[in-house]
Design a protein around this ligand. Sequence first.
Ligand code: G6D
Length: 353
Amino acid sequence: MKIIQKTFGEVNNRLINQYTMVNDNGIEVTCINYGCIITKIITPDKEGNFENIVLGYDAINDYITNHYYFGAIVGRVAGRIKGAAFELDGETYELVKNENNNHLHGGMTGFDKVIWDAAVIENDQEVAVKFSYHSPDGEEGYPGNLDISVIYSLNQQNELSIQYTGHTDKKTLLNMTSHSYFNLSGNFKRDILNHALKIKSEKYLELNEENIPTGDLLDVTGTPFDFTSESMIKTGVESEHPHNILVGKGYDHPFLLQTNHDNEIILMEKESGRTLTVETDEVGVVVYSGNFIENGGYIQGVPSRKYLGICLETQGLPDAIHHPHFPSWVLEKGEEYSSVTKYKFGIMNTNTN
Ligand code: G6D
C-alpha cells in the first residue's frame, strides 16, 4: 500500500493537492481536495490492462468550469429541492436557486466547489485520505454551522470505501453523495450503453417535468426500470417509456433499495470483463446515465458526448423534505450524520457466460 501526494493546481491562491492511493494489486484511486473530487480510478480488465474507469479532467480549471460534478462530493443536499425553500420548526429557509426556480446539488457553491482540508492515513492494510470542511451557518441558505468529513479508503481487497460524517449546532438538512461517472470499458474506449446493471430494487421514483420526485414510488416490473435481473443501459436509452424520455432519453432516477451491504448494485461490462459492486447503508441510489453530457470538448483526450459515463449516487431520496413519507435527512443538533458506501472493483467470472 502507498499514497503519493503532489500539487494538482491552485484555486483562489490556495494550492490544490492530489492524492493517489495504490494497493498491492495495482488498483489506484486519485483524488484532490477541491470538492473531494475523484479524478481517476485505475483497475485491470480481464486481460490485465490497467485503465481509468471514471470521467475526469487533468486540469483544475476544467473542474472549476465543469457543471457535471465529475467525481465530486455533492452536498449539503444531493438532488433537487423544489422551490429552493423548506420549512423547519415553523421557520422558512430560502436556498440559492441554481436550476430555474429550484435548488440542485447544494447550490452554486456546494461541497463540490469548496476546498477541503486533507489528512493522509496509511498502514499496510489500507490507505486513506480524510477530507474535512466547516460549512458556516447560512451557506447557500442552509441553517446551522456544519462540520463534515469524508474519508476515502482503499484496501487490499480492491474496495474503495467512502465514509461520511456530519455534526451541526442547529437543526439542518444533510444528504451527501459521491458523483463519479463510471465507464468500465477503460479509458472511455466505449460508452456505457452496453454496460449491464443489476439493482436490488423493486421501486423507482416518478419524476415531474423538472426532474423532481412527485412522491410516487412505482413498481419496476415490466418497465425499463427493472434491474432486478441484469439489464443493459441502452434499454432505457432506446425505450419509448415516457419516464425515460422525460429525462433526455435514459435514466436520471432514484431507486429505493430493498437491502443494504448485500451486493445491492452491480455494474458490468462484458467486453472488458470489469465489474463494479456497490454496497451502502443508504436507502436509495440515483442512476444517471449521462444524458446531459454535451458534445464538444474532450474528457482526458476522448471527445465529450452523452452516455460516456454512468452515476450510481447512493443517498437519501431526493426532495425528502417535501415528502414526509420519504426517510428524512433532517440532521438535529447533537446528532451524528453517518453514512458509508463501498465500491468493489472486480472481473467477471469467466467460467459463466
Ligand atoms: C443533471 O439531472 C441531472 C442530475 O441528476 C445530474 O446530477 C447533473 O445533471 C450532473 O442535472
